[in-house]
Design a binder for this molecule. Structure first.
Ligand SMILES: C[S@@+](CC[C@H](N)C(=O)[O-])C[C@H]1O[C@@H](n2cnc3c(N)ncnc32)[C@H](O)[C@@H]1O
Length: 308
């Protein structure tokens, strides 16, 4: 029977030879998955034996990883905004940089709730309308679910105070998003809508959204082939943003005049190299509207904020 240390050493060598730049980390995470333990225990118990079933599972995972499949798809889980989300080839693996969009959305929703509560006789507790949020191109549901969980943690009553419409044109992705919402008990007040960006008639009789979120595909078509091999396991329609990467975002901008409330805000994730072309697209599609670019923690362009 091999030890944890032997399994790790062997798998790291194989994964490195197969081209993984994170061979040791991959091996540790996959062995943890195979054994049913977290990575810290794996690293701390190098001499412990690995049982036959766990070893077979580990070998299967390492073989898949050696072919380039992302570890998240092999494990079926990706950590996002403190949640363990189910992931598989139906949708893009949520990226850590998208957590900034969730944080920005939480701030927007909380500020709007506070404002409404301050307006005598209106607001959710005074019988007014809930804050309407859209997550366009929801994929695994990462943004919608993380937002709902965070709002619930802040004692916001989902459904009564806030509703979320999560859309995608992929029915498979929507199934996964639904599974994640149910799995995190975050489906209250959340609707899943199959649509090209947004349905022709918006939900709730055409009511506009107060906060519209989207992490749509923004990779240039000619850059897709140069992405790490792991991305080839993800749906192309989740990545390909057309010739300058902004085709899908431009199409969504075109829907904002009817889809966004008068004092609404759209927060759109963009690529690090789209800090100038993003606002230029807003100017071209929505003359007279205002946009700003918010950087992420690394100082790179990340969120395009759009208001009337
Ligand atoms: C970059 S992925 C992001 C998924 C998820 N929001 C996240 O942050 O992990 C983009 C998603 O947008 C969806 N999408 C692309 N074009 C779309 C369109 N025209 N209408 C609706 N969804 C679209 C894709 O199917 C994919 O799920």
């Amino acid at each position: 029977m091999s030890s944890i240390g032997d399994c790790l050493a062997d798998a790291t060598t194989r994964l490195r030879a197969a081209g993984s730049e994170t061979a040791r980390l991959d091996a540790e995470v996959l062995l943890g998955w195979a054994i049913g333990a977290d990575r810290t225990s794996i690293v701390a118990h190098r001499d412990a034996p690995v049982g036959a079933d766990a070893q077979a599972r580990f070998e299967g995972g390492v073989a898949r990883r050696a072919l380039g499949e992302p570890v998240a798809y092999i494990r079926g889980i990706k950590e996002f905004h403190g949640l363990a989300l189910a992931v598989d080839r139906r949708a893009l693996i949520p990226r850590p940089e998208t957590e900034a969009l969730v944080d920005a959305a939480v701030s927007e929703v909380m500020a709007r709730l506070a404002r409404r509560r301050g307006e005598a006789g209106s607001g959710p507790d005074g019988g007014g309308e809930p804050i309407r949020v859209a997550d366009v191109g929801t994929g695994s549901g990462a943004i919608a679910v993380a937002l709902a969980v965070e709002l619930r943690r802040r004692r916001v009553e989902m459904g009564r105070h806030v509703t979320v419409a999560a859309t995608d044109h992929s029915p498979d992705a929507l199934d996964l998003a639904r599974e994640n919402a149910v799995g995190h008990a975050a489906a209250d007040g959340m609707r899943f809508i199959e649509a090209d960006l947004l349905p022709p008639v918006l939900p709730d009789g055409g009511a506009a959204f107060d906060v519209l979120l989207a992490n749509l595909p923004y990779v240039r078509s000619d850059a897709i082939a140069g992405l790490p091999i792991a991305a080839s396991f993800e749906p192309r329609q989740a990545l390909d943003g057309g010739s300058d990467g902004l085709d899908v975002i431009r199409a969504l901008l075109g829907r904002l005049p009817e889809a966004l409330a008068a004092d609404g805000v759209a927060l759109l994730e963009i690529g690090a190299d789209q800090g100038e072309t993003g606002p230029a697209a807003v100017e071209a599609v929505l003359p007279g509207w205002r946009s700003t670019v918010e950087p992420d923690l690394a100082g790179l362009a990340r969120i395009l904020r759009v208001v009337r």
